[in-house]
Structure formats: C-alpha cells, structure tokens
Design a protein around this ligand. Structure first.
Ligand code: BJW
Ligand code: ZN
Length: 256
C-alpha cells in the first residue's frame, strides 16, 4: 500500500458523510476466524465449505453440517474483534450515517463496537427450525465438537434445527438486501473490506454504488473482481490498513 493511495483514500473518507462499509471474511481473518475460501483445518480438512453450506448437504447429513457450524461457533466465541473492526466502529462514531453491511456470520462487528450492521448472510448465533422456521435457542456452548453432531429438534414441530445463515441457492433476507441496496444507492463512499466479491448478489453492492457515481475504496491484500471499479485499492490486511486510514482521515481520532 503506497502512502499516496492511503492519502487519497483518507481524503475520500474525510469528505464523506454517508459511507457504506461493506465487509467479508477477510475482515475477521486477523481475529483468527478462517475466511470462507481458506483451507479448512483439523477434522474438517477433507470437506469443501461450498459443499457444506447448502440446503442439500444439511438434508443429506444434518449432523455433519450442524457439527461443522458448532465448531465454527466455538472458534468465533473464542475470537476477539481486531483493530480493523474497531476502526469500522470509529468511522461510524465519527460519521453516524455510516451503514455497515456485512456478509459475515460472526458477531465481531458488534463486539468491536459497530452499530446495527446489516447482515446479508445471517448469523451463526440465530438458529431456526428447518421445518417451521421459528427461531430456536442456541444449545449451551459445550467444548469444541469432535465431529458430526445431531442438531437439536424444534420444540414446536420436532424438525431439525438449522443454522440461521444463508446457504447457496437460498434467497438473502429481503429486508437486509433492500437496506444494503438502499444504502449503497445513496452513499458518497463505499469502502469494501476483505471480500473476494465472488458471491452474488452480495458482490453487487459495491457495483451499485460505483454505477451511481460513488467512489469505491477497497482493502484487500490481493486483487479481486472489484479492482476495476475502485477509485483506490489499498493492498494489505484490514487490521493494519483500516486503523491507518482512520488516523490519516482524522489525525485526532484513536482507532485501535
Ligand atoms: C483479507 C484478509 C485480511 C484475507 N484483510 N482481507 C450471479 C452470478 C454467479 C452466481 C450467482 C449469481 N447470483 C447467484 C448466484 C449463485 C450463488 C453464487 O454467488 N455463486 C458463486 C459462488 C458463483 N449465490 C447464491 O446462491 C445466493 N443466493 C441466491 O442467489 O439465491 C437466488 C434465489 C432468489 C430467490 C429465491 C431463492 C433463491 C446465496 C449466497 C449465500 C452465500 N452464503 C455463504 C455461506 C454463509 C454461511 C457460512 O458461512 O457457512 O456466505 S458462502 C460464503 O461466501 C459466505 C460468505 O459470506 C460469502 C462471501 O465470501 P467472502 O466474505 O468474500 O470470503 P472469501 O473467503 O471468499 O474471501 C475472503 C477475502 O478476504 C479474500 O479476497 C482475501 O484475499 C481477503 N483477506 N485476509 C483483508 N487480513
Ligand atoms: Zn419447527
């Protein structure tokens, strides 16, 4: 990341009044939460997340999929927000009309101080019934599951409880998608952080902003399909780049 690029992005941020911060798994990487397309670890090594995150996988083997999510919940509970999450909260504190839109299913934005992030892909911590769709309580946090684990049964209809996330082939929550499109349509800066921008329709959110003339600034260590629409590409980890960006935009601010 060059000093010139950082300064250019900081000028855009300092001039913004209603930015959107659009985040993906790279936002939480420095908290130790693996990105979606990272290699899996331990006993999950031989499974492809894209194969597990589907309604068909849950239908075929609910214990396999529930156990995978229990393991991930366990990892996220032990993780802490990183300086990137705190920098996002600092942007929101400085510019109260900032909208945070996340694809992440962890809770690290909230724990890092962000207010009301719009969740496009649901949450690890909001299971619901796979039959009647009623919210279901989270099972008590036990130790790390050793592998497949039967999901609880719904208290109302006895169908298996499923993770409250959006799987491939499923529609995104209507209100969240509408809020994200609305915010991107009227923003005066879109800051995209830590996403491969491969998964649709979420990946279209920065494109909506760009199409309507808002500058797009990207934070990612590697190029993505969004590079072409970005006014500035800041190549580097979110936990370092975002605090540096906040410091450069508002030299008096403290951002982790
Ligand atoms: C760092 C970093 C550091 C690392 N700092 N950065 C149009 C075109 C093609 C396909 C489609 C299309 N429209 C729909 C589709 C199909 C499909 C899709 O997009 N497929 C593509 C993969 C080809 N989409 C869907 O199926 C969606 N549903 C849908 O379209 O429904 C239609 C419908 C309408 C009406 C009725 C019924 C149906 C649903 C998509 C749901 C995605 N769900 C998941 C799983 C959530 C639960 C879980 O976590 O298990 O969401 S998939 C996964 O990908 C997860 C993520 O939120 C999402 C995005 O991933 P993300 O965040 O970008 O992570 P990574 O790992 O890909 O990238 C990490 C990045 O971080 C990398 O770039 C690193 O370089 C970077 N990085 N360290 C900063 N320190
Ligand atoms: Zn039920």
């Amino acid at each position: 990341m060059s000093a010139g690029d950082l300064a250019a992005a900081a000028r855009l941020l300092a001039a913004a009044t209603r930015p959107v911060v659009f985040t993906g798994a790279g936002m939480s990487a420095e908290s130790g939460v693996p990105t979606f397309r990272d290699a899996q670890v331990g006993l999950w090594q031989r499974f492809d997340p894209a194969q597990l995150a589907t309604p068909a996988a849950f239908h075929a083997d609910p214990a396999l999929v529930w156990g995978w999510y229990e393991g991930r919940r366990h990892g996220v509970r032990r993780a802490a927000p990183n300086p990137g999450h705190r920098a996002v909260a600092a942007i929101q504190a400085r510019l109260p009309d900032t909208v945070v839109v996340t694809q992440n299913v962890d809770d690290l934005h909230e724990r890092g101080g962000a207010v009301a992030p719009v969740r496009l892909h649901g949450s690890l911590f909001a299971p619901r019934c796979s039959g009647c769709a009623r919210p279901a309580p989270l099972p008590d946090a036990a130790g790390e599951p050793a592998g497949p684990l039967d999901p609880p049964a719904c208290a109302h209809c006895a169908a298996p409880v499923r993770p409250g996330v959006v799987w491939f082939g499923e529609a995104l929550p209507e209100a969240a998608l509408a809020a994200a499109v609305e915010a991107a349509s009227r923003c005066d800066l879109l800051l995209t952080v830590g996403t491969s921008a491969l998964v649709h329709p979420a990946a279209e959110i920065p494109l909506v902003a760009a199409r309507l003339g808002a500058p797009v600034v990207q934070v990612n260590p590697v190029p993505t399909p969004l590079d072409a629409v970005c006014a500035v590409n800041l190549r580097g980890p979110a936990g370092e780049v975002l605090p540096a960006l906040v410091r450069a935009a508002w030299p008096d601010a403290s951002a982790g």
